[in-house]
Design a protein. Structure first.
Length: 388
């Protein structure tokens, strides 16, 4: 019987890994805590880079999503109270788009439908993982399924559960930095058409982003200190829209309506290392980033795709061995580390109102717009990561 890779977590990152492995003929068992289809109506917005689209195209998924995704042709980056700004345009870098916005539910459904065409995957829904134990010969996951405690073991177990806590895993430590900031997310309709332009606006309160999502709407990410976000969250819709207009400015006209508002705390969190004996952790379970640079989900998708290449190029008898785990970590170290450092740098630079720092910010944005190699490097890394 062929060796099977066990994946804990059936969200987009885990499903991308499973699908890539299926394309390479590798058998997979995937445990998903939710019921089948439970996430399909989830309207949370995801920002995909162009590089993530390329991965999904290779896997035959993008054709199911193309009509549901809103392309980002340009990104307008500015600072409140400053003339410094930068505009990144896809056409200037020979790209059809800089990125795309679509719902979590749409991506999940498209991945599941694509996986259904393969026979080499066993998906166990409503299987809640409770403990993972790496060991010298295999890694074991203990999970609750149909009110029974069960176990599965494999030479290679991958944790891709989006960062849900399973407690301590032997040999792996988590480092966490809380920013003391929250993000408020929602969907807003605007007076003016978005023309497929995304906006990143840096303010003393914190960064605010508007991502085109649908014909006339934006997905909103509004960040700030927890007490400030709590005050904004408590406003009635009309007051909220007026406050957003004062905070963001008039580039998209008046804000006409707002959908359901949600908040969550912002943090920088990562595992060191991301592997243990016969175990690999990927996606948000391995590293969680501030949304300011829109990199977190895309880094996780690259984790999945590159781990699949490593698995398929390794003899199954050697899965989970130290040299294989080290090769994966070394291959991903540059991308994930630079993503974490860059995101943290942006948060520290753009989330304060010190006059001297404000001047540096404005000058930095102006330099990005003037120095073409710097702009090209930024677009390449946003699209393809640090290997781009």
């Amino acid at each position: 019987m062929p060796e099977t890779v066990i994946i804990v977590g059936g969200g987009p990152v885990g499903a991308t890994l499973a699908l890539t492995l299926q394309h390479k003929g590798v058998a997979v068992t995937m445990l998903e805590a939710r019921a089948k289809g439970a996430a399909y109506q989830d309207q949370r917005a995801l920002a995909l880079s162009y590089g993530s689209r390329v991965i999904l195209e290779k896997l035959g998924v993008w054709e199911k999503l193309d009509h549901q995704a809103t392309g980002i042709n340009a990104i307008h980056i500015s600072q409140r109270g400053s003339f410094g700004r930068s505009i990144l345009k896809a056409k200037d870098h020979d790209l059809p788009d800089l990125g795309y916005v679509l719902s979590y539910g749409a991506l999940t459904q498209a991945l599941d439908e694509t996986l259904a065409a393969f026979n080499g995957i066993n998906i166990i829904y409503e299987a809640e993982a409770q403990h993972i134990e790496p060991a010298l010969d295999k890694a074991t996951v203990t999970f609750n399924y149909e009110a029974n405690i069960q176990q599965l073991s494999s030479s290679l177990l991958v944790l891709a559960d989006g960062g849900r806590s399973l407690g301590d895993i032997s040999g792996i430590a988590r480092e966490t930095k809380m920013y003391g900031h929250d993000a408020l997310v929602s969907k807003v309709e605007c007076e003016l058409p978005h023309n497929n332009v995304a906006y990143e606006r840096f303010t003393p309160m914190g960064p605010v982003a508007l991502l085109p999502n649908g014909a006339r709407s934006f997905s909103l990410v509004w960040t700030g200190k927890q007490e400030q976000v709590a005050q904004v969250m408590a406003l009635e819709d009309a007051d909220f829209l007026n406050q957003l207009h004062r905070h963001f400015g008039d580039r998209v006209g008046r804000f006409l309506s707002v959908g359901k508002r949600l908040t969550f705390p912002l943090k920088l969190s990562y595992l060191n290392p991301v592997t243990a004996s016969h175990l690999v952790v990927i996606g948000n379970a391995a590293q969680t980033m501030h949304p300011v640079a829109g990199q977190g989900f895309n880094v996780g998708l690259r984790d999945a795709y590159e781990l699949a290449q490593q698995i398929s190029s390794t003899d199954p008898a050697d899965w989970g061995q130290d040299f294989m785990l080290q090769a994966y970590q070394q291959g991903r170290k540059k991308d994930t580390k630079r993503g974490l450092i860059f995101t943290d740098f942006l948060v520290n630079l753009f989330s304060n109102d010190i006059i001297a720092v404000s001047g540096v910010r404005g000058m930095s944005l102006g330099m990005i717009d003037l120095i073409k190699p710097l702009k090209s490097s930024l677009v390449r890394k946003m699209s393809f990561g640090s290997r781009g």
